[in-house]
Design a protein around this ligand. Sequence first.
Ligand code: NAP
Length: 161
Amino acid sequence: MKSIIVAMDKNNGIGAKGDLPWGRSLPDDLAHFKKLTTGGSVIMGRKTFESIGSKPLPNRENIVVSSRPTGVQGVLTARSMPAALALARYEVFFIGGEDIFLEALNEVDAIHATMIDAEFPEADVFFPQINSQDWREVSRNHHEADKDNKYAFDIVEYERA
Ligand SMILES: NC(=O)c1ccc[n+]([C@@H]2O[C@H](COP(=O)([O-])OP(=O)(O)OC[C@H]3O[C@@H](n4cnc5c(N)ncnc54)[C@H](OP(=O)(O)O)[C@@H]3O)[C@@H](O)[C@H]2O)c1
């Protein structure tokens, strides 16, 4: 099983200036990310790896796609997406960014998408449109904004149609 896990705003924005546009304002979404990916193999681009502090995510096999090795202990580097997939020993989660998601869309069985009910005009990287001819929504869980989570969001799971 291979899947994408992504969080995006109403315009499919996923990042701004090397960070999440909404920063750390959605801890419940980060908890969902951690719960789903723990024990798996996470595949990410070099800039995403830098955005999480150039450290491996704990309790996951971390694979960074880059033309150069990261030199960081506890992280595997792959020069291409097929090479990354060949390294993965556990359930695969593609965790971004933009180019990784674009390539991964052809590979995955499912998309776990957090749809944030907000717009971030400063977004400079985007997720492609999820085409309803190719993808079927199988579940949707709504989270209201609350004292810890600044924006409302839906966690939506898609499977290939
Ligand atoms: N909202 C979300 O769910 C989410 C998830 C992840 C990231 N983000 C955000 O997205 C931004 C980072 O994403 P990004 O799209 O700018 O960069 P990225 O995809 O994380 O990294 C791009 C780099 O990955 C390597 N790479 C990508 N595809 C490759 C391929 N096929 N073969 C070899 N190397 C490849 C290259 O590294 P080299 O240049 O080293 O060769 C490339 O420069 C940040 O703002 C981050 O916060 C958001």
